[in-house]
Design a protein around this ligand. Structure first.
Ligand SMILES: O=C(O)C1=C[C@@H](OP(=O)(O)O)[C@@H](O)[C@H](O)C1
Ligand SMILES: C=C(OP(=O)(O)O)C(=O)O
Length: 427
């Protein structure tokens, strides 16, 4: 297996232009495909997750043109749900933002669609979404294990009504239902059952729908109302913000090492919940400044451990776990049960790899507590085909010990050029 050894680092300094947000790229592509009119999307992310969405749209007959660098895309919207006469199979890798939204959107149309992915995708739940779609007329067959992809949709449109959807495992189920709802054949009321996790991602969804002309009534994230028989309308041109989760590694580098790092593309005006990551660094003692479209971090006082519920920022929260290696005292990251159903079981993977560098770790069912070692141990870090494991552990190289990252190429899921940019701002 390929690996990358990072020699000990001591300084972080510079500006980073962030690649486009994964969450926005995949939402905007899907909505542009369903919308009436042509949409030019700029600053699109070019990574595996987005390529899977683009490939699926191509197989669905959507006409789009990508620029040579694949960072802008002009999509000719169909103005209506997808149809197929021949059964279609769509391979979606391990992209939750393709699998879940397409599952709901395809049910709006006509024909048989099979959704498959990488082996890990068959371990990532989808039952809560399917259970909400079935009462609306969706016919879904699980091809392997009940409740998990791969699955076949026998699409024949969706009707309106009132449905409940469980919110405690993934917000992507609600996102998927919300994005499909305006094209259903009747008005839809959605009741969210139980706790809604990763709530700020719903704001990204509502924002994206609004860009395409659709307003959703949101009663405190517990009940949503969407009129049926509507049409998405292209806004013409839309620019994807920089990815706020990708920003976390660079900002954390500055907090740990001193120096000053500014990321461009996400700032105070961002719609992405992960911009709040910088506030967590602030609570740990870093100096944080926000502009409308940038965030700058430099090291303030000595970093100190925190004890926080980070359910709202599950992706960026992983970066806090490795930042904790450089803080005084223990850090607890709470209410992150769904780390277990993402690219890997992230609670278990994080605990295992943090122990390799010498940390004492308590792994709970839905939390992790990290007590940093006096001095980090050189280690070879396994990444479990999880881009965020690879990116988070690059920060461990600030600990006076060489860190080897196994399979660094796994960052291709959301950030293929990560290690090049990381190298540019560190020494
Ligand atoms: O809707 C989205 O774009 C996402 C929602 C989150 O997932 P969950 O809602 O499953 O926590 C997040 O972890 C994922 O990377 C992207
Ligand atoms: C959980 C993630 O991805 P997905 O969109 O596949 O859920 C992630 O990017 O950390």
């Amino acid at each position: 297996m390929d690996s990358l050894t990072l020699d000990p680092l001591s300084h972080a300094e510079g500006d980073v232009q962030l690649p486009g947000s994964k969450s926005l790229s995949n939402r905007l592509l899907l909505l542009a495909a369903l919308a009436e009119g042509e949409t030019r999307i700029t600053n699109l992310l070019d990574s595996d997750d987005v390529r899977h969405m683009l490939n699926a749209l191509q197989l669905l007959g959507v006409d789009y043109t990508l620029s040579d660098d694949r960072r802008s895309c002009t999509v000719k919207g169909t103005g209506k749900p997808f149809r197929t006469d021949q059964a279609l199979e769509l391979f979606l890798g391990n992209a939750g933002t393709a699998m879940r939204p397409l599952c709901a959107a395809l049910c709006l149309g006509q024909g048989d669609f099979t959704l498959t992915g990488e082996p890990r995708m068959s371990e990532r739940p989808i039952r809560d979404l399917v259970d909400a779609l079935r009462p609306l007329g969706a016919e879904v067959t699980y091809l392997k294990e009940e409740g998990y992809p791969p699955l076949t949709l026998h699409a024949q449109g969706l009707r309106g009504g009132t449905v409940s959807i469980r919110g405690n495992i993934s917000s992507q189920f609600l996102t998927a239902l919300l994005m499909a709802a305006p094209l259903a054949n009747g008005d839809l009321t959605i009741d969210v059952e139980g706790e809604l996790v990763s709530k700020p991602y719903i704001d990204i969804t509502l924002h994206s729908m609004q860009l395409f002309g659709i307003k959703v009534d949101n009663e405190n994230y517990a009940r949503f109302f969407i009129r049926g028989n509507q049409t998405y309308r292209s806004p013409g041109e839309v620019m994807v913000e920089g990815d706020a989760s990708s920003a976390s590694y660079f900002l954390a580098a500055a907090a740990i090492a001193g120096g000053k790092v500014r990321v461009y593309g996400v700032g105070a005006d961002s719609v992405q919940g992960d911009k709040a990551f910088a506030e967590v660094l602030g609570k740990m003692g870093a100096q944080v400044t926000y502009g409308p479209t940038w965030i700058e971090v430099s090291r303030g006082s000595h970093l100190k451990g925190v004890d926080l519920d980070l359910n709202a920022i599950p992706d960026a929260a992983m970066t806090i776990a490795t930042t904790a290696l450089f803080a005084e005292g223990p850090t607890a990251i709470r209410n992150v049960y769904n780390w277990r159903v993402k690219e890997t079981d992230r609670l278990s993977a994080m605990a295992t790899e943090l122990r390799k560098v010498g940390a004492s770790v308590v792994e709970g069912e839905d939390f992790i507590e990290i007590t940093p070692p006096a001095r980090l141990t050189p280690a070879s870090i396994d990444t479990y085909d999880d881009h965020r494991m690879a990116m988070c552990f690059s920060l461990a190289a600030f600990g006076d010990a060489a860190i080897t990252i196994n399979d660094p190429g796994c960052t291709r899921k959301t950030f293929p050029e990560y290690f090049d940019l990381f190298r540019q701002i560190t020494r």
